[in-house]
Design a protein around this ligand. Structure first.
Ligand code: FES
Ligand SMILES: [Fe+2]
Length: 409
């Protein structure tokens, strides 16, 4: 049984109302939209509003099912400031459990591995792979085990898998994700991402910028011609193309950028380092599809692999990025696979290092009293789409609070 759990509502303070009153101008066509009010990136108050409006109510990406192929495999992750365990159960199903021990709150299963059960190191309470409480030593003097078993299971959250990526939904009420990813699913179907495999991910911690910058930077091909001039030239921004916004299919925001040659790759050679995924068409081997499954999954589907970031916000100005890539089992079986994977990640790091500087300095700039609220260039079309996605959800959450407010008045 899954648990529905959201953070307590917060009042719509004058500060939040003022932002909401000005935010409509950020949505809609790139011809008219302006950027979000700068406080949306820098304010703790807005971040707390956003945790409720976005992170408590949308589908959040946690990883890929290839992280946990076998019964008992698990990994831990903290998202929306909530520690979670993602576990492959005895029935082969993937479950997302709270990682907080039901006794006094110690965290369970830090990291990743394989287990028959989870025993809390603090006082030895033990849980099954499905979250059921199996034992609680020495507790029978105060509470019968039967009652503990009935009331103290680890909460299990609603989850969905799309193309192998595991998503969780805290409020249990989000519309299914898959049906809102129709066009993207079609565009990347030949990558067969559910059949690809991820080598171990790495966490890049302590990134001092707002989570939205990560999606913005990754999705707009305006900056690539300037910030990444040189290494990005094989994928010039003039070969970027866009999709029109579709309200009924709004789970993702994405756009492809073409390459000047087949089998391009984001590294110093400008060529992918591993053999291309064999099911791709020639056209698909000459482009990368950049895609954000909002709010926190970004991936780039390129000829030989799919690299991805899971964006894990910790505050308005700090995120951890869990970084990985997916490729074919055949590629992972090559004798040179470790070197090729390292080369692929090192190649992407070159662009990331430049983006780190840009994101850090932009976050600082948006804290200024002179922070801009600006019009976009045509190649920033995806930014207007991100805003459209966000504004709809900000407003929906605020509207859901209005009756409460009126009732209190
Ligand atoms: S906190 Fe886990 S057993 Fe006490
Ligand atoms: Fe970039």
């Amino acid at each position: 049984m899954t648990t529905n759990s959201v953070l307590p509502d917060i009042p719509l303070t004058p500060f939040i109302r003022d932002i909401l009153d000005r935010i409509d101008a950020s949505a809609g066509s790139v011809k008219e939209a302006i950027s979000l009010p700068p406080e949306c990136y820098t304010s703790t108050e807005w971040y707390e509003f956003e945790r409720r409006a976005i992170f408590d109510r949308e589908w959040l990406a946690l990883g890929h099912h290839s992280f946990i192929p076998n019964i008992g495999d698990y990994f831990s992750i903290t998202i929306n400031e909530e520690p979670l365990l993602v576990v492959r159960g005895k029935d082969g199903e993937i479950r997302v459990l709270s990682a907080v021990c039901r006794h006094r709150g110690h965290l369970l299963g830090n990291g990743s591995g394989n287990a028959d059960s989870f025993t809390c190191p603090f006082h030895g309470w033990t849980y099954g792979l499905d979250g059921a409480l199996l034992s609680a030593p020495e507790m029978n003097g105060t509470l019968p085990m039967e009652e503990l078993r009935r009331t103290q299971c680890l909460p299990s959250l609603r989850s969905e898998i799309w193309n192998g990526f595991i998503f969780v939904n805290f409020d249990g009420a989000a519309a299914p994700l898959g049906p809102r990813l129709k066009v993207l699913s079609e565009e990347v179907k030949n990558h067969h991402m559910a059949d690809l495999v991820a080598p171990p991910t790495v966490d890049w911690k302590g990134n001092p910028w707002n989570w939205k910058f990560m999606q913005e930077n990754a999705l707009e091909p305006y900056h690539t011609h300037y910030l990444h001039s040189g290494p990005h030239d094989f994928a010039p921004s003039r070969l970027a193309s866009f999709f029109e916004w579709d309200e009924a299919d709004d789970g993702a925001i994405f756009h492809p950028t073409g390459f000047l040659h087949v089998d391009g790759g984001f590294n110093v050679s400008a060529r992918c380092l591993m053999p291309a995924i064999p099911t791709l068409t020639l056209e698909e081997r000459q482009r990368v599809m950049f895609a954000a499954v909002m709010p926190n999954l970004f991936f780039g589907a390129q000829p030989d692999c799919v690299f991805f970031y899971l964006i894990l916000p910790e505050s308005p100005g700090s995120i951890t990025l869990r970084v990985g890539l997916l490729t074919t089992i055949d590629n992972l079986s090559l004798p040179t696979a470790p070197l090729l994977l390292k080369g692929t990640v090192d190649g992407i790091s070159v662009y990331n290092d430049q983006d780190v500087v840009a994101n850090t300095l932009t976050h600082q700039g948006l804290k200024s009293r002179f922070a801009p609220r600006t019009r976009y260039a045509p190649k920033e079309k995806t930014l207007a789409q991100i805003n459209t996605w966000l504004v709809k959800r900000y407003k929906a959450y605020a509207d859901s609070l209005e009756p409460l407010k009126l009732a209190a008045e």
